[in-house]
Ligand binder design. Sequence first.
Ligand SMILES: Nc1nc2c(ncn2[C@@H]2O[C@H](COP(=O)(O)OP(=O)(O)OP(=O)(O)O)[C@@H](O)[C@H]2O)c(=O)[nH]1
Ligand SMILES: [Mg+2]
Length: 506
Amino acid sequence: MPAREPADHDPLDAILRPPLDETPDEKACRVAQEEEARQVSQAIDDTIRQERLARKRMRVVRLLLLGQSESGKSTTLRQFQRLYTPSAFREERIHWHSIVQLNLIRSVHTILDALADVRPHELPSAPPSPGSSPPLGPRRLPPSLHSHRHTVYGDSASDTDSAETPPAPVLPPRLGELRARLAPLRHVEALLLARLVPPSEDAPFLPSRSRADTTGEVFVRPGSWKRGWRIGPFGSGGHGPAGEAERELAEEVQNVLWRCSSDLLTLWHDPTVRSILKKRKIRLEESPGFFLNDLPRVTAPNYRPSDDDVLKARLKTVGVSEYTFEMEAGSESGTQWRIIDVGGSRSQRQTWVPFFDDVDAIIFLAPISGFDQTLAEDRSVNRLEDSVLLWKAVCANKLLARVDLVLFLNKCDILAAKLGAGIRLAKYVKSFGERPNEAETAEKYFRSKFNAIHREYSPIPRKFYGFCTSVTSVMDGMQDTTTTGGIIASVRDMVVREHLRRSKLL
Ligand SMILES: Nc1nc2c(ncn2[C@@H]2O[C@H](COP(=O)(O)OP(=O)(O)OP(=O)(O)O)[C@@H](O)[C@H]2O)c(=O)[nH]1
Ligand SMILES: [Mg+2]
């Protein structure tokens, strides 16, 4: 057996030790080389230290927004912009002008589509009929309605049949005339879409129009739509012939809307229209991008979107958009934020995972008002159920085990409106049981359910941050955690705290 080396023996030392027969010249050369090497190594160490310090000083905070489509991710992002980079937010408001117009026109088309095949039982004087979708075959009508011979899709069988088979679809003539007068809106919609999406891009419509649901969503890829939309309708930006053409187009759109304005008001306030929408369970007021209650303002020639309009407007996200900004004010001034907003529809969700790697916190949005709705992309899936499954998956994800999750139980305003209108939560969520059908009780119930999932599925214990939100609200009160501004401020504090804790580990 070889003899054991002394404990402090360093095998490298023997190799690096200068030779015993080193001449004075060789020694001087070696010492000079060693000094040079030391300086190079010192410089490398300094660079690394400085980079680390710069990273800490710059404080890049990464925040990822997750949740199903229409949950409110992009709206939350806009709230961050409104609250922390208000001047940039104000400058961008003009870009939303045409999105609001498109949203408005889409609501109008939902009504006009519903008027295309009105059935007698949907008229206000008609007795209630079981279910919202009447049978399409011939039926016996109440005598008072037999006189209506005006049909909108010319059911020939009803014309030839005896008294047993009265005409099926009927539309009061005044509504037929309104429909005809509002036909130019189709053209305006096409103009807006062509202007919004350059010809090389994907078609901006998702093909999902149906009678019960008002989707048929406009989408554009992030970053591209504002480029095609540089010019506001009031001559902001854009010179030369292209700018002139853009301005003319914008004026034409605004003129048509202005000319249609009183017909639009008549249509929206018509009791027959309201009755038809109600019987078909079309609740436009609760749909994304609802501007029919703002008709005079939005159709006026001098219309400019307000903060509220920008938050209420609907533009579906396809792909991933990363918004980087520096806080303009407050103690966090200088902090760079990267907020990553992803598309939430099912086909978009595979884009999420690459962002799990380097994120300080996640805001997960669960729109609890969706308990009686199905996904636009899959009519067999209940929205609330989808949110619960997504939340479970996010909580259980090992890559996110050490990331703080913030839950926004969103669209509480719509939840309150639905329960207030008599829609019973227990009919859709059996476990809600006999609890009072009130928003406050429902919010508490959902909070505890989502909290329980968080506890059960998180790979390692972590704190639960859950808020009931209506992220379209412009109520601020930074100290008040019941307002959107207050909630976002406390999320910001939490995220910054977490970020600092992580950077200390660098
Ligand atoms: N009433 C109400 N509307 C909301 C609320 N949150 C979002 N909305 C509206 O719902 C619509 C959808 O919100 P978005 O922020 O576009 O949803 P998203 O999660 O980004 O959806 P995708 O881009 O499809 O993934 C918009 O018209 C918003 O104005 C809310 O709390 N209350
Ligand atoms: Mg979005």
